[in-house]
Design a protein around this ligand. Structure first.
Ligand SMILES: [Zn+2]
Length: 170
């Protein structure tokens, strides 16, 4: 029983759990879990980092990703079904929660701006993210998918691409 995660009342793509509720320790790891240290995480073939926040790879986590204060959770079994830019977006969104707390729009905006700045997100990738979220009706923390898409499009437009162009590094 993964008691440390069972409280998770998280919601579609990246709910931010109650700070302190998730007291995860390496000793608690189930066989389907692995803790990845900061700087060691690969997402879609790219090293992704979120300051000093480690990532718990949990193959049976109920959603694509989640976050608590000081921990990012990813489910590799779910992420593998997504296009690369969407996988990177999920991680960057959870990282956005480390910086901006529970705000979903701010986590989304952070993810898109970071993606454009770092060169892993172009317009096509943004459309893939929008497709991914399109069917999400929204809930008490998440605006409906199409609204999130519009917000992210604005964030994208506010950001300068890397000098070599948004596709330069894949
Ligand atoms: Zn979120």
């Amino acid at each position: 029983m993964r008691r440390s995660l069972k409280f998770a009342a998280a919601l579609a793509v990246g709910a931010f759990f109650v700070a302190g509720a998730l007291e995860w320790r390496a000793a608690d790891a189930a066989p389907s879990q692995k803790l990845v240290k900061p700087g060691k995480l690969l997402v879609a073939g790219r090293t992704m980092r979120c300051g000093r926040t480690p990532t718990l790879m949990d193959h049976s986590f109920w959603d694509y990703g989640g976050a608590s204060d000081g921990l990012i959770i990813l489910n590799p079994n779910k992420l593998v079904t997504l296009p690369d830019p969407v996988r990177l977006y999920v991680y960057a969104h959870e990282c956005g929660h480390q910086i901006h707390g529970r705000s979903e729009p701010r986590a989304d905006c952070y993810a898109v701006k970071r993606g454009r700045k770092e060169g892993w997100l172009n317009r096509q990738g943004l459309m893939q993210i929008c497709d991914f979220l399109e069917d999400h009706p929204g809930d008490y923390v998440h605006p409906p998918g199409p609204q999130r898409c519009r917000t992210m499009a604005k964030c994208y437009e506010q950001t300068k691409p890397p000098r070599a162009g948004p596709d330069a590094s894949g």
